[in-house]
Design a protein. Structure first.
Length: 572
């Protein structure tokens, strides 16, 4: 990616900090950021915001951005996640400085620094178990109590810590804690744990270690080792910053600057990796790449583009205070991008057969259709037209409400790119359901214009029954039925708000014949229906599967919503 035009971008508070640092020469003009994911799951859209911010700042200021895996918990980490994270970062359009970095590469140095803290009387080995430690920690209004092991001698602490490293003690029996202040109003400063015993195989270091550093201890020192200038993290780490700075000061090492920004919150969505994992394990979704999931993989499979994702992150900006972004902002970013790039096509999702009675049975017309009105350079395509076509069921009303400009008995409409047709008869089954329409067409209106100048208000799409390719279409809605998934009655959790209608499967859908050659990942605008992407997982030769990426803004849908209570105005 090319560097962003700095002058054209709005100056948020982070950029103002960097501007001032560069003005004063604080880092000798350097800007060095990092994106530090834990490789314990797949990235979601909240991580995309952090990726765009950290890598974007490096591009904008001519600096560097590291990709660093904070791999300090071997029980939850896997090389699969490492590879997926690298793939997601590259898909978003970014490249990291040098090779990926790993906190595990710094384990020897982190251990030596822990020994340094012990020797300085700033760390001690504690025998309290997790429950006892919680009891000693205190509350937001009551100070904590010193551990009975807090005053061990330096020599005893060094011996015990070495034996912890040597594997002499079982998991959970001892920890190394920083000696800070058990009466601090900031709970993070009440003698936090630096190391815990964990006999587990690490995905990179194997069984070399059986003690592992905690995130709060690892993070700042890793930033220091990599000479990060601006360590940008989300707002929940604001209360951790005093501890971040305390370690740096006590060790006497290079000091990066931690800056916090508001994390991304979206309506109808969750940004908890733990909960996303629950949805996968409990099979509420088909996997991490389910198009209803706001993981980067799920969004990619649904048809989102990296350009749309970057545009969304730029639109929402960077703030100091938490807020919730309307899902429409994300959807509009995708609409704006796909409107410019997606080829148009016609697909009839819920088909109703139309027989054009005055059209010859063996006649076929090749009509010209525009591929994308936003991009004339990609030209036109030929669309076959024959006696029998399909239209949408919703495009016909036997008893139309006011303002309905589509097909009805005796009413004339325009077929997109084709002709004017007039409905002469509605054929019904024994239950009274309309199963077929009989219509006539005006040959003089080829291309959708009448030589006599008469106008019609309605234009509908169609597909030739004889020539149609067939596809499975998946219509996606929000995974949750409420803007706030946690808005539940007492005794329930977010699962109560799972949307039972978040996925609708349509089979044997007639689509334009050229779509039979569409490749996985190809994106189209189905006219009047929305933007769709060929599924990258389930599509195969002879099996065409489309995922709806996002719907179109439909003014008639608003009219129909206003007609609630009138059966003829309801969508099926």
């Amino acid at each position: 990616m090319e560097s962003t035009n700095e002058a054209a971008r709005p100056r948020d508070f982070i950029r103002e900090i960097i501007d001032e640092d560069n003005r004063t020469g604080k880092h000798a003009g350097r800007v060095h950021t990092r994106f530090p994911p834990e490789p314990n799951g797949y990235l979601h859209i909240g991580h995309a915001k952090s990726i765009c911010l950290n890598f974007g700042l490096a591009l904008e200021f001519g600096g560097k951005c590291n990709l660093r895996f904070d791999d300090t918990n071997p029980t939850k980490e896997d090389e699969e996640y490492v590879q997926s994270i690298e793939e997601d970062v590259r898909w978003l359009g970014f490249e990291w400085n040098e090779q990926p970095f790993y906190a595990s590469d710094y384990f020897p140095q982190l251990y030596d620094w822990a020994v340094q803290l012990i020797k300085a009387g700033k760390a001690y080995v504690c025998d309290l178990n997790a429950e006892e430690m919680r009891e000693h920690r205190g509350t937001l209004t009551a100070p904590g109590k010193n551990s009975p092991f807090r005053d061990r001698s330096v020599e005893e602490n060094l011996d015990l810590f070495a034996r912890m490293k040597a594997g002499e003690f079982p998991d959970g029996t001892r920890t190394l804690r920083a000696k800070v202040d058990m009466a601090s109003p900031n709970l993070n400063m009440r003698d936090p744990v630096l190391y815990r015993i964990l006999h587990a195989t690490h995905h990179r270091t194997g069984d070399q270690w059986c003690i592992y550093p905690m995130y709060d201890y690892t993070h700042g020192q890793s930033d220091s080792i990599e000479r990060i200038t601006h360590s940008i993290c989300t707002l929940e780490f604001e209360n951790h910053r005093p501890l971040y700075d305390w370690f740096i000061k006590e060790l006497g090492i290079y000091a990066p600057q931690q800056i916090e920004f508001a994390r991304l919150n979206l309506t109808y969505a969750m940004m908890s990796k733990r909960r996303l994992l629950e949805l996968v394990r409990e099979k509420h979704v088909s996997g991490w790449d389910d198009p209803r999931m706001l993981t980067i993989r799920g969004l990619r499979r649904r048809g989102y583009t990296p350009e749309a994702m970057r545009s969304f992150c730029e639109r929402i900006g960077v703030a100091k205070f938490n807020s919730t972004i309307d899902m429409l902002v994300l959807e509009n970013a995708l609409r704006d991008d796909l409107n410019k790039r997606a080829q148009r096509a016609m697909a009839v999702l819920r088909p109703l057969k139309v027989v054009i009675t005055n059209y010859l049975e063996d006649q076929v017309d090749e009509l010209e259709a525009i591929n994308n009105p936003e991009d004339p350079t990609i030209g036109t395509r030929k669309v076959p037209f024959a006696r029998e076509i399909y239209i949408e069921q919703d495009d016909f009303r036997e008893d139309p409400p006011k303002g309905f400009y589509r097909l009805a008995p005796g009413k004339e409409v325009r077929l997109r790119y084709a002709y004017f047709i007039t409905c002469t008869e509605a054929v019904k089954d024994a239950a009274g359901n309309v199963t077929e329409l009989r219509c006539t067409y005006d040959p003089a209106t080829r291309g959708g214009n009448a030589p006599d100048g008469r106008k019609v208000q309605g234009t509908i799409h169609w597909v030739s029954a004889k020539h149609a390719a067939r596809a499975e279409v998946r219509l996606y809605d929000h995974l949750f039925s409420k803007p706030d998934p946690d808005d539940v009655p007492a005794g329930q959790d977010y699962r109560a708000n799972l949307n039972p209608n978040s996925l609708e499967l349509l089979s044997n859908v007639p689509v334009e014949p050229f779509l039979a050659n569409a490749k996985p990942g190809d994106r189209f605008q189905f006219e009047r229906q929305g933007y769709f992407c060929v599924d990258t997982k389930d599509s195969a030769p002879g099996k065409l599967v489309f995922n709806r990426s996002v719907s179109l803004k439909d003014s008639w849908a608003k009219q129909e919503k206003a007609q609630q209570g009138k059966p003829q105005a309801k969508k099926k």
